[in-house]
Write a protein that binds this ligand. Sequence first.
Ligand code: GDP
Length: 301
Amino acid sequence: EAKYEASLKKTRSSFGERFNAFLANFRSVDEDFFEDLEETLIMSDVGVELAMAITEELRGEARLAKAKSQDALRALIVEKIVDKFDEEQLPSELNLQEGLSIFLFVGVNGVGKTTTIGKLASRYKKEGKKVLLAAADTFRAGAIDQLVEWGNRSAAEVVTKPAGSDPASVVFDAVQKAKAEGYDVLLVDTAGRLQNKDNLMKELEKIGKIIKREVPEAPHDTILALDATTGQNAIQQAKEFSAVTPITGIALTKLDGSAKGGIVLSIVQSLKIPVKLVGLGEKIEDLTDFDEEYFVKGLFK
Ligand code: GDP
């Protein structure tokens, strides 16, 4: 939690300072108050629609008019935002199975997909699980090497084929191996070529089919990696990926370097997809689960 705390500093220094300045200017809960609140939320990348919705709900909140102190106001606003997460009733944890769990990772190059897989592999290894990685981003030789590197770091095995091989055949081999050798977790890295949506869709469909043939209820999660520093662009990416394949969770990376923490709210609300993992740095241990209450409270400190 201490790390989470430290890493959120940048996000908070923008979001929180803006918000604190807003609260410091607070005289009375009037029309100016609501307009300033809405603007503060929009500036923090909460998204226009959601900022409007939160402001609108607070307008109808009788307790707000009675709030006498900044702290009381802050608490009410935090409560309203946490409620917004709760409303969605989304599962916030990875869908880990008793037997083999298969998690598919998608996302455009550079967002931190491979890093997230490496960090997660290390977490599961530390828990004593048998972890296998599949290098199904065969489009770039660099991507394969990078996953092998993360496999070394986390002491997880990696299934690879030469660059240019059929990604589905890598996945086939990996699933076979995972089943035959009693692995607990299989993490599949894929090529995120959003520039060519038809190909990407076909590729992911084929990978999905091969997984399902071997393990009918898998993949147990399809995780989209998004870079928090890209703000609203991340939302656009998520929309495009969702049109290609069903996404069941988000890994929000680089939150340590982002002044746009409000993006988390925006993602959950506009996409109805839960954030399941948060990247807080480049190191192997810089990965955490997403705790909405802790996160929102952290933002508003
Ligand atoms: P991929 O192309 O999506 O697989 O992205 P990579 O995993 O190769 O990551 C791209 C860059 O982002 C690398 O330099 C990573 O070290 C960096 N990166 C990934 N996750 C994080 C994070 O949570 N915080 C920070 N600061 N950097 C990250």
